[in-house]
Design a protein around this ligand. Sequence first.
Ligand SMILES: [Zn+2]
Length: 473
Amino acid sequence: MTMAPNRESVETSERREPRSRRARTLLRRAGAARAVPALGIAALLVVLAVRVPASGDGVDADDARAARATPAPTPSAASAAFAPRTDRASWQRMQPVEPAPEEIGVAVYVGDREVRGYRPEPALVTKTTEVREARFPATDIHCHWTIDRDPDELLRAMDERGVLRAVNLSGGHGEALDAMLARFTAYAPGRLLVFANLDFDAWDDPGWAERMVLMLERASARGLAGLKIFKGLGLYHRDASGDLIAVDDPKLDPVWAACGRLGLPVLIHTADPVAFFTPVDRFNERWMQLNRHPDWSFFGKDVPPREALLEARDRVLARHPGTTFIGPHMAGNSEDLEALAARLERFPNLVVDVSGRVGELGRQPYSARRLFLRFPDRILFGTDRYPGRPDQPRYRLYYRFLETDDEHFRPYVHPFAPSGDWMIYGIFLPDDVLERVYRTNAERILPSRVLDALDPARLPASLRARLEDGPRP
Ligand SMILES: [Zn+2]
């Protein structure tokens, strides 16, 4: 079959990249997999050759479809997957399946037949709501940007997306932190917020905790908005003797206490998705993601079990009731919202953010919606991106999930699933919940001295009006 020379195929061929070494490795593995004798119906997923930005789901392929250069599998191929084993003749009668271009794809083996680039397109006729701006002026509590970003560009992108405040969690420490505060917070007070990080490389220095507390105190006076702890605590950072630093190491207690005293929320990333701790085999629901980022798997590594990490984090929450902790990525419990609900009940000082977990939430829309309605004051909007990142669609995907009752859509615009391969459903939150998730919950936990520095006169008219008049029409 020849593709019509339309925009899609042009873009696709431009995107084709020379195969990387890793892709070749994957291809070799694919070859090995193919050599396994196929019995009955065997399905294997194979990433053929993928080149993606290191930080994940980048490609703004509105044209996700652009990359779908494969002709859709014929109905006969789909029904053949359920054909009785003995009916080999009907398999042989199937139409030959056009091989997909080699740059991307999932390969499915049915018996000894292989379909590359398998990507069934839903025949459902459902509505698609495009939501370009948050319904209420939003705080993105979970951004990462580097010092070289242009603050004006960030602000412009925020204005377009209805984002009132964006929080850079990669503030660093020491001089880097000072520079970050000067370039962003001082430039756009109350809009471009910065969280500090701790200097774990200096962990063994005498007086480490006191020095970190001093840094937080000084930075607070310069507009610091909080403290971010990366998942390295508990998983990577080691002391001089080579032992992992525990999430609940008592040496950190003065830091947590100081944050409570200074009114600084602590966003603490602990553990990771369940699939990062289980074998990277054909049962792993994030196989594709972990093959693109093999170092993200903790399976078989010298780290505590996932649940032990979360329990250590829980002990910190219990010891510091006067400190507000933000559990990013649904506090590490996005696969088990009952377990998350129990934690929210148990720890009034815990709030969570949705960043990076809309895929997880949207595949269990009933449970997710119930959770939001049950804990409307405890969930924050966040993306794990930054406004204006040129190649990301995350804001409008997240808005669509939170605000609409759109059904069965992909939580990404990649040509393949960047994390888990599932469809999601919007949870159409009511306005009183949306307003809290987008706006007022963050305003409750961020330091008022930081929020109050906002000058409404400097806001674009649209945002200013919505601050005063309520939701986007
Ligand atoms: Zn993050």
